[in-house]
Design a protein around this ligand. Structure first.
Ligand code: DLZ
Ligand code: SF4
Length: 535
């Protein structure tokens, strides 16, 4: 038995000093391995700014670990000996350091979990995989919670998380006598809505070097690097979050579902990119938000709404991901097969709402929740876009997108591809909803009030066509009883007009050029990747 150090690989979304794999390690007996690897940049061809964020945050985190006394073996993308995969690099590092074992916190994605499990066979040292303790709900607890229920509804899970953390609790009762204040959170934009700017971080020398690397190595990936201003350290993430607490949290709830052209971040926290790579702790964030309410600086509906997203929804989708993978990646309950249109990548469409969402996404690798769900997701649902194409797009374009959080949101919440395990009904809406919640329609080439015909808002006919097309599967859903009753009251000519108008619009869609999302176009299922190649 060798007496070498323990090798601790730290992945690009594990940048937390309290990480379980580091917690019991003494620096003297540990080599931390961090790897910029080609395969991780290509399993989908991520937005340039997403790669830059991860590489820059990794390089800063490595520096911080060194300051704490750890030996960090950091493999840069341009290292001539870089094998291009986690498996190749871990195997080489075990030999290089004569490591006596490998210890790693469980990864965020199923495909990486397959890789790590294969190391148990391919490496001749012990591989220890530890739970990721950065989440409130350990996965075994989630599986137990889900096993006892017919339906997995977030609301009940969320209450358990409130009890567990004590957030917004008075003893065993929710503060204010209610668990959920969402009814107060549904306002559209209005004249008073002038969202303050989010914190921006000027690239330092490390980030500038990474930006040059990404520009040189990933020139044809989606997105721009010009406006890169993401927090790349824990200190910057804390500063960004503090700015949110002070300037946007009080109105976060009021405008949570509102959209305004050009107001790219509205009153959202815009903290998810930092949060999902580990630069800030979710419960700590929630405690700070709670303090804003307790000290009278933010209303309960804003604070409860924010906390529900973090300890409710975020934890819930993670549980669902691990419970339903790998099937979730192939789910397609509504048999949607239409390829993604090219304008999802270029933004070149007359639809003002979609054009604005794609514009902000290209520019910053971010769009806020309601743009993602009710513009892009809603369009995908109504137009019957392939869930796999849509999931790839979301995974590529958003800086905060890792499959554990992206896939349940896309396949479950937006597309109903899981048949309603996650959402009790499809989130389908016509143009009237977008008009109510945004100022997009006034600037659009289409007329939101027109139901059919050439310049009618495409969402209108698509909405009825979606219901008609999926009647067999959806008409029995009690939450869709009203729209189906309306549909059935229409005469056959009117129904045909809607369906013809939708068909005419769908015919105009230009399928996306191959290769935006993946190098291997038309290749096998999305879950196959480096795991099998390098095992
Ligand atoms: C997303 C990503 C990218 C683009 N590159 C790297 C990388 O080079 N090295 C790394 O450790 N992690 C990277 N990541 C994040 C990983 O893909 C992430 O750890 C997995 O998706 C598992 O959640
Ligand atoms: Fe979008 Fe229709 Fe409004 Fe145009 S009219 S912005 S397509 S909802």
């Amino acid at each position: 038995m060798t007496k070498g150090p323990v090798l601790v690989p730290v992945l690009g979304d594990q940048l937390s000093h309290g990480l379980s794999s580091l917690a019991d390690r003494s620096p003297a007996d540990t080599v931390v391995l961090m790897m910029e690897v080609w395969d991780e940049t290509q399993y989908v061809r991520h937005h340039k700014a997403k790669i830059a964020l991860i590489f820059s945050a990794m390089r800063h985190f490595a520096e911080e670990l060194r300051e704490r006394g750890f030996t960090v073996d950091y493999i840069t993308l341009d290292d001539p000996a870089n094998s291009g995969s986690f498996t190749g690099e871990v195997s080489a590092a075990v030999a290089r350091h004569k490591a006596r074992g490998v210890q790693i916190s469980e990864p965020g994605e199923w495909r990486v979990r397959q890789m790590i499990d294969a190391w148990r066979e391919s490496l001749d040292v012990r591989v220890r995989v530890l739970p990721d303790t950065r989440f409130v709900c350990p996965l075994p607890d989630f599986f137990e919670w889900a096993a006892g229920r017919k339906q997995w509804r977030m609301e009940y899970f969320y209450r358990d998380m409130r009890r567990k953390t004590g957030l917004l609790m008075d003893g065993d009762k929710p503060v204010g006598g209610k668990w959920n204040f969402d009814a107060d959170n549904r306002g559209g934009p209005d004249a008073d809505c002038r969202p303050p700017a989010v914190a921006q971080f000027k690239p330092d020398a490390i980030t500038r070097e990474v930006l040059d690397l990404v520009a040189a190595r990933f020139p044809d990936h989606f997105g721009s690097l010009e406006d890169f201003a993401w927090p790349v350290t824990a200190a910057q993430a804390a500063q960004a979050f503090d700015r949110f607490l002070k300037t946007r949290l009080p109105l976060f709830g009021r405008y949570q579902d509102a959209m305004m052209a050009g107001a790219d971040t509205m009153y959202h926290a815009v903290i998810s990119p930092a949060l999902n790579i580990g630069l800030i702790d979710p419960v700590e964030m929630c405690r700070l938000a709670e303090t804003e309410w307790r000290e009278g600086r933010a209303p309960i509906e804003a604070v409860e709404g924010f906390i529900r997203q973090v300890i409710g929804w975020r934890e819930y989708v993670r549980g669902i991901y691990w419970l339903t993978m790998p099937d979730l990646a192939q789910a397609n309950e509504l048999d949607a097969t239409r390829p993604l249109p090219e304008f999802w990548w270029t933004g070149e469409t007359q639809m003002a709402c979609i054009a604005d969402c794609v514009r902000t996404t290209r520019k910053t690798a971010y769009a806020h929740h309601i743009q993602r769900l009710m513009v892009m997701g809603n369009f995908a649902l109504l137009a019957g876009l392939s869930p796999q194409d849509v999931a790839d797009w979301f995974l590529v374009v958003y800086a905060d997108a890792f499959e554990w959080v992206e896939l349940p949101n896309v396949a479950g919440m937006a597309l109903f591809a899981d048949g309603g395990k996650l959402a009790s009904k499809p989130y389908a809406a016509s143009g009237a909803y977008i008009d109510r919640m945004s100022n997009y329609c006034g600037q659009c080439a289409y007329d939101v009030k027109k139901k059919v015909g050439k310049n009618a808002c495409p969402f209108n006919a698509l909405y009825w066509d979606f219901l008609a097309r999926n009647e067999d599967k959806l008409a029995g859903n009690p939450r869709l009883a009203n729209p189906y009753a309306t549909w059935r009251r229409m005469n056959a000519d009117k129904q045909a007009e809607y369906c013809d108008s939708a068909a005419a619009f769908l015919q105009t869609l230009q399928p996306a050029r191959k290769g935006w999302a993946r190098v291997e176009v038309g290749g096998g299922p999305r879950i196959k990747s480096g795991a099998t190649k390098h095992a």
